[in-house]
Design a binder for this molecule. Structure first.
Ligand code: ATP
Ligand code: AMO
Length: 434
């Protein structure tokens, strides 16, 4: 529609054609109002029954809620109208009539279960507070990309159909690839590493990862968005600096550019970008602090992974984003480098929101012999990874990086109770469609 005007741009004195959805019809007798909604907002359309064409009034007031219409008419100031202006229609077209019964109520007056909402995402995203999540998600992705670009990183796209897994053998989705076994990629890990040895040196990717997680939790997806970064000639502490800067940039962009969306979510008052440096705790300090909270039935010992309740207890204790560094080597993957002066200690790190883990990263093992030995130690066949390991023989610089869970970032930023709220069409054990 070339001549369409967004409702937010309709100024008093203009003659406009506005198009959108019938949000509400209020018939007061002699006068009636239709509220038309588009992506920019809402506008009131006024019907004065005695003064207007009967057909026009009948069509306008007879149309079902959520039908798509266009209205052409003059815009005038009207203090009693919800947005201070209204349109007096000269013509009205019903472009796509909606059925009278809707599977969910986009006005939000009637609450719907999350599963009903996810089955009807089109209608669900007609609600301001739901649409706001995805406007914010888009702004976060823009801000993250801008930040990486400022840091001279090149955006890459790595394959999602792969021959090998990297993040533990049990969480792969197998597929058939022209008769061969293949998998959906769990992480761009090996590919992003291969690119730091290329002429690009510093890369990032925002893309899907696939994990056959068996458990059904509010913070796991089977298809998630990973925000990955990898750079030559930096160590794990510099990767942490980048990680912190990227997360802060995302918050700051939302604070600066998404006030309407925060308002729609009821967060305008409380939303605050993190300031100050994120504390960096060692794994050893972390387990001591968790044990000191007394929240766990059993005390943690060196070598234990942090259980969810442990992460929660520590998060409550720290009360802000923080890093956990110096993990035991045995619980970090083969591609993470150990400290030079202590083989039992890894350079791997996690970045935590008080409620959950957001990031894993570390300095990588770039020495060919050590890398191959690491595969063997983890029970992986180095031959299957030859496409990766061989590049470490031709000049692989020291490098470090991280993976940040995109949906977890949005979820924790907006205080969403379920990670599925941050995905248009989530994939979980029960949900493969839509
Ligand atoms: P008017 O003379 O301005 O058309 P009115 O006071 O004679 O309005 P009605 O026409 O019956 O009364 O309107 C019914 C209700 O609708 C009243 O409460 C009025 O305040 C409200 N109303 C009238 N016009 C508008 C408008 N353009 N926008 C919002 N509310 C309106
Ligand atoms: P990791 O496996 O810890 O590390 O993943 C990185 C981050 O991705 C998010 N994430 C998930 N989010 C939702 N649902 C899931 N099933 C899911 N799995 C992971 C989390 C997590 O912190 N290759 C390393 C990263 C690196 O070292 O660069 C990796 O994938 O927020």
């Amino acid at each position: 529609m070339r001549n369409r005007t967004y409702t937010a741009d309709a100024e008093p004195g203009d003659t406009v054609t506005v198009a959108g959805w019938v949000h509400e019809i209020r018939d007061l007798g002699g006068i009636a109002f239709l509220i038309l909604r588009d992506t920019t907002g809402k506008i009131q359309v006024k019907f004065e029954k005695d003064e207007m064409d009967d057909d026009l009034v009948e069509t306008g007031l007879g149309v079902h809620r959520e039908s798509v219409i266009s209205v052409t008419g003059d815009v005038a100031e009207e203090p009693r109208a919800p947005t201070g202006v209204e349109v007096t229609p000269e013509s009205l077209d019903v472009i796509a009539e909606a059925e009278a019964q809707l599977p969910l109520d986009p006005s939000g007056k009637v609450d719907a279960e999350l599963s009903t909402r996810l089955d009807n995402r089109t209608l669900d995203l007609r609600k301001d507070e739901v649409k706001a999540i995805f406007e914010i998600r888009a702004e976060v992705q823009r801000a993250v990309r801008d930040k990486f670009r400022d840091l001279r990183a090149t955006e890459i796209n790595t394959p999602k159909i792969v021959a090998t897994g990297t993040e533990g053998g049990t969480e792969l989705f197998p597929i058939t690839y022209f008769g061969k076994e293949a998998f959906m990629n769990q992480s761009p890990q090996l590919f992003k590493q291969l690119m730091v040895g290329s002429g690009l040196e510093r890369v990032f990717e925002v893309g899907p990862i696939f994990r056959a997680e068996e458990h059904n939790t509010p913070r796991h997806l089977n298809e998630a968005t990973s925000i990955d970064f990898e750079s030559a000639f930096i160590d794990h502490t510099e990767a942490m600096d980048v990680c912190e800067a990227v997360v802060k940039a995302a918050y700051e962009a939302v604070e600066e550019n998404c006030q309407d969306e925060l308002e729609a979510l009821g967060l305008a008052e409380e939303f605050e970008a993190p300031s100050g440096e994120f504390p960096r705790l060692t794994y050893e300090e972390a387990i001591q602090r968790i044990n000191a909270t007394g929240e766990l039935d059993e005390q943690l010992v060196w070598g234990d992974d942090l259980p969810t309740e442990g992460e929660k207890a520590l998060g409550d204790d720290v009360g802000e984003h923080y890093f956990i560094t110096d993990w035991p080597s045995e619980i970090k993957p083969f591609y993470i480098k150990d400290h030079d002066d202590d083989e039992t200690l890894s350079t791997g790190f996690d970045m935590m929101h008080p409620n959950m883990e957001l990031v894993s990263g570390g300095q990588r093992e770039h020495r060919y012999d050590h890398l191959v030995a690491g595969f063997e130690q983890q029970g992986l066949d180095p031959d299957a990874f030859e496409y990766y390991t061989k590049m470490f023989k031709y000049g692989m610089p020291p490098h470090a990086g991280f993976g940040l869970g995109g949906e977890r970032l949005i979820m924790t930023m907006l205080g969403l109770e379920n990670i599925r709220e941050a995905v248009l069409f989530p994939r979980d054990r029960q949900r493969l469609s839509p």
